[in-house]
Design a protein around this ligand. Structure first.
Ligand code: PLP
Length: 447
């Protein structure tokens, strides 16, 4: 892509450092400048239209251009554009949203703590877990277990939870308190002759072995996504959660379900927790909470955890934590309206209705010889390309497929060689077919 002098692309390269990009490569190629969006589509500054096959970053559940969210933001901006939630101050939108989330929670939850990103929600969870361990007189109980290939964010603590090498390299991470257990990806992690059911049980054994080798009294919590997203869309094998959860219970380890991607319909239930029968003590939410029209995230805490934290704040005199933007009124108002839309339009029922077509078309992508595995649930999925097929280095083929899809009008996301699809929840059957027609045609051009 040529960067014309003074073009938006050239100015972007001149002034902006991008996330998840090779800065030097962008100097050569420039970036795609997106200008507007409507429904499942976005348009770049040249007027080229794309299916946003990733809903932005797994997030724009109700699609682009939803006027009700614009109106909700405008109304709140005019009335009270900002107020905080520190030290006994509050405002209507944060109260209503907290009440709504407690009402929607798939397992009993007691309190909501608002943050501005998924990373901050997970970071806050870790801080409150440590606070709790100290309150319980268990200062050695500080270790946190997450999983290889899990994704939980990029702050120092949440990047430590993330189990992906590029989130650690040269950042001096992970923190020593964070440990990673087996990724539940059967194809790559199974042992010779191990059935899927045996593998699911062995993941729980690996977890228990780690707990025992570290000392159960040192382990405070386990963080996991119901379905791993950014680690390559890893759907757990049957029986995985049924084997893992008793291990956590046995050693009194808190379970934090990171529902940042799965929350609000993605897997065909309102929460991934319901799809997999999870019983978390805490949950983190973001992305589809506001369809990312405004940055907002939330940490839900059950009553037992809350009571200990409340006692500790009483002992110290204050809960010394808080973000200027916690429960931001405009973000909260947008989230409330977004949740209303999800419920009124029964988007969860819609996901269940269209998921069979989505999953069928995804599986059919597997007929392309470059694809070694397809996997997914609800409206999330990935097609893994074999870098061996063309003797490429990991990620090279994914980058080529990404470019081929883009050329034909589809935005996907390559996680190394796993091509992810996670469209807005409003996508219709016809649009699902359009998405996979492009992906099929695009893959045929990859060589
Ligand atoms: N948790 C999960 C499961 C995510 O997918 C993400 C982001 O993709 C995060 C946490 C971090 O969220 P944020 O990018 O808003 O910090």
């Amino acid at each position: 892509m040529a960067q014309l002098p003074n073009s938006l692309e050239a100015r972007d390269t001149a002034f902006q450092l991008h996330s998840y990009a090779n800065a030097r490569r962008q100097e050569e190629t420039g970036a795609m400048v997106i200008e507007k969006g409507e429904g499942i589509y976005v348009e770049d500054i040249s007027g080229k239209r794309y299916i946003e096959g990733m809903a932005g970053l797994w997030s724009v559940a109700v699609g682009f251009g939803e006027k009700r969210l614009v109106d909700a933001a405008t109304r709140q901006m005019e009335k009270l554009p900002y107020y905080h939630t520190f030290t006994y101050k509050t405002h209507g939108p944060s109260i209503e949203l907290a009440e709504k989330l407690i009402e929607m929670a798939p397992v009993p939850m007691s309190k909501v703590y608002f943050t501005n990103s998924g990373s901050e929600a997970n970071d806050t969870a870790i801080k409150l877990i440590w606070y709790r361990s100290n309150a319980l007189g268990q200062p050695d109980r500080k270790k946190i277990i997450s999983r290889v290939r899990g994704y939980h964010g990029v702050t120092i603590a949440s990047a430590s939870l993330t189990g992906l090498p590029n989130n650690h390299k040269s950042f001096d991470l992970p923190l020593p308190q964070v440990l990673h257990t087996t990724c539940p990806h059967y194809r790559t992690m199974k042992r010779d002759g191990e059935s899927e059911a045996d593998f699911a049980r062995r993941c729980a054994v690996d977890l228990e072995d780690l707990i025992l080798s570290e000392g159960p009294e040192t382990i405070a919590a386990f963080f996991a996504e119901p379905v791993m997203g950014a680690g390559g869309v890893v759907v757990p094998p049957d029986g995985y959660w049924q084997a893992v959860q008793p291990v956590l219970k046995k050693y009194g380890i808190l379970f934090v379900a990171d529902e940042v991607i799965c929350g609000f319909g993605r897997t065909g239930n309102m929460f991934g927790t319901q799809t997999y029968g999870l019983e978390p003590d805490m949950m983190t939410l973001s992305k589809a909470l506001s369809s990312s029209y405004q940055p907002i995230s939330a940490l839900l805490i059950n009553d037992a955890v809350y009571q200990t934290i409340a006692d500790e704040s009483d002992r110290i005199g204050v809960l010394g934590h808080g973000y200027t933007g916690s429960g931001h009124p405009v973000a909260a108002a947008v989230a409330l309206e977004n949740l209303k839309i999800i419920e009124e339009r029964d988007l969860v029922g819609h996901v269940r209705n269209v998921a069979p077509v989505f999953q069928k078309r995804l599986a059919e992508l597997g007929e392309n010889p470059l694809v070694i595995e397809t996997r997914g649930v609800g409206l999330i999925g990935a097609a893994e390309l074999s870098h061996d097929a063309l003797a490429q280095t990991p990620g090279a083929l994914g980058a080529r497929a990404n470019a081929a899809f883009q050329e034909k009008g589809l935005i996907s996301r390559a996680m190394l060689d796993a091509m992810a699809f996670c469209p807005p929840l409003i996508i219709t059957e016809n649009q699902i077919n359009e998405l996979f027609d492009i992906a099929e045609a695009g893959l045929k051009t990859v060589s």
